[in-house]
Ligand binder design. Structure first.
Ligand SMILES: [Zn+2]
Ligand SMILES: [Zn+2]
Length: 285
């Protein structure tokens, strides 16, 4: 336990997007595990941060406020983590609303396509399934409805047949470029990190994106192999970037499948938290 008490899990989802636990539950679980700190990094929204900050005080643990922004580069979906953004910044929140609007129009197109295919789903059902995550409805919610209504047997089938890139109802969402996300985050006083480079299977692109104004790279992630971790550490050193680590915990679905990693299963030292905090302070001058 002595080791884990000095560590932080820097990548966690809550019910504010597609995670299964509320911000308060995540903070309580992290404290229970003996982590020194935990981040909240929901997709395209900071809606869970306030609740998490209050819970962090109750449970005597540090909270790293964050976000994970979906972007696209060379037709590939790329995620960018942002930490310590000033969430009272009006321009920042307006920009996130734009992303939400993109997400919403994508969802409406997706629903229309499913209906065209003879699949009977209403917008009301989507909202009900999403629950607290109404600001961040995504494809996993559609997958759940397809399962519940018996159109498919599991999430994999839902994505293969309908929702994935080769599925019948796939809609290419409008997305900003990673460098736009870096800029937005920095202009809001935050610190920008390229998320899970190993899952893109395109290291030439990753190397480009690491030279496009990002502050750091998520070298350690649940889906990275030991070789990948070592490789991204070497890239981080080459380009003088911060090195972060996170489980990308979402919860465990109804089939008992762990999505990415268990909370706290991937973590790093609190020194990284301090580095990020100092960089954020320097941007708030
Ligand atoms: Zn991601
Ligand atoms: Zn994530």
């Amino acid at each position: 336990m002595a080791i884990i008490q000095t560590t932080i899990d820097m990548h966690v989802h809550t019910t504010a997007s597609d995670g299964l636990f509320s911000p308060t539950e995540i903070v309580a679980m992290a404290a229970q595990l003996g982590l020194a700190a935990v981040a909240i990094t929901d997709h395209d929204t900071t809606a869970g941060v306030k609740e998490a900050l209050i819970a962090a005080e109750q449970f005597h643990i540090k909270l790293l406020p964050g976000i994970e922004i979906s972007t696209v580069a060379d037709g590939q979906e790329i995620h960018v983590l942002g930490y310590f953004t000033n969430n009272d910044d009006e321009l920042w929140q307006q920009r996130l609303i734009q992303l939400g609007a993109t997400r919403e129009s994508r969802n409406e197109m997706l629903l229309a396509k499913l209906n065209e295919l003879g699949i009977v789903i209403t917008w009301q059902e989507v909202i009900e399934i999403a629950g607290d995550a109404h600001g961040s409805i995504g494809r996993p919610h559609f997958a759940q409805i397809l399962i519940n209504k018996g159109y498919v047997n599991n999430k994999q089938e839902a994505f293969d047949q309908y929702l994935g890139e080769h599925g019948k109802a796939y809609v290419q969402p409008l997305r900003i470029h990673p460098s736009d996300a870096y800029q937005w985050i920095k202009e809001a006083g935050g610190v920008a990190i390229l998320a899970h480079p190993g899952i893109y299977h395109n290291d030439a692109l990753v190397e480009q994106l690491l030279q496009a104004g990002v502050d750091g790279v998520e070298v350690n992630h649940s889906d990275h192999t030991p070789d990948q971790i070592e490789y991204y550490q070497s890239l981080a050193k080459r380009y003088n970037l911060l090195m972060t680590a996170g489980s990308d915990f979402h919860g465990i679905d109804e089939q008992g499948t762990q999505i990415h990693g268990q909370l706290g299963s991937v973590s790093t030292s609190m020194e990284v938290y301090d580095q990020i905090y100092l960089l954020h302070r320097s941007r708030m001058q």
